[in-house]
Ligand binder design. Sequence first.
Ligand code: GUN
Length: 289
Amino acid sequence: MNILDGKKISLDIKSEIKNCVLKNTKKGLRPPHLAAILVGNDGASLTYINSKIKSCDEVGYKSSLYHYNIKISEQELLEKIDELNSNEKIDGYIVQLPLPKHINQNKVINRISPLKDVDGFHPQNFGSMSQGFDSFIPATPHGIIELIERYEIKTSGKSCLVIGRSNIVGRPISILMSQKSKFGNATVTLAHSNTKNLIEISKSADIIISALGIPEFLKSNMVKKGVVVIDVGITRVKDLTKKKGYKIVGDVDFEGVSKKASYITPVPGGVGPMTIAMLLKNTLRARNF
Ligand code: GUN
């Protein structure tokens, strides 16, 4: 069993980005600037946003956080988005999801300028990605592809099971894994809550990417020997032995599944850090560096 060390690879990527920023700032160019909008005080969202901001500092980006009360109106939020779209000093920005129920998420995503949409959520970017055109690719699927690429895992002709059909992970990674490219070309099955006989499908899969959000859902009896497992789950589970009162648990029963897997991502330290690294990479692209 080999660990797909997202923490290590993300540090390599951040170091590459930092060098690129230095090279350009030495020429007198301003560094990339990433902004983030956060609504409310959801614990997990706060943690993600803080990591994203901290990573900006690490690579020499400027960052701005706009943190709003959960009661902000949809109109106020849309006005902030318009302002960020026209602010020439901001190269890219993200709106952390989920948003409170009174705000229409689709309306918000559609309002983001596709040129600054470093999350790759705008339909224009999502459509371009789906057709294999150059575009912003959502950070988590992008991070998964990058991990596969850097570990030179063969995907062509392999059977790949994606569990979960969210617009943030499941749907885009299913598209990328099936695309005609060196690290795609897989035969993809996209499973979701209505899928029947999941265990039959998972037992025959060469690659399993799980983005379900159910702690330790994937057990060793559900996979075959030699499987490649990418665990996107990051659920907080109460654990009073930890200082924070919780631990982070993936979708995969690591203890059991790792005994059969040829490659597996740990949680934490697998896909999570890759997501942030690829958001930084998308921001570099938005800055045209
Ligand atoms: N919520 C969970 N993952 C993400 C992400 O990648 N981007 C944003 N904006 N919100 C998220």
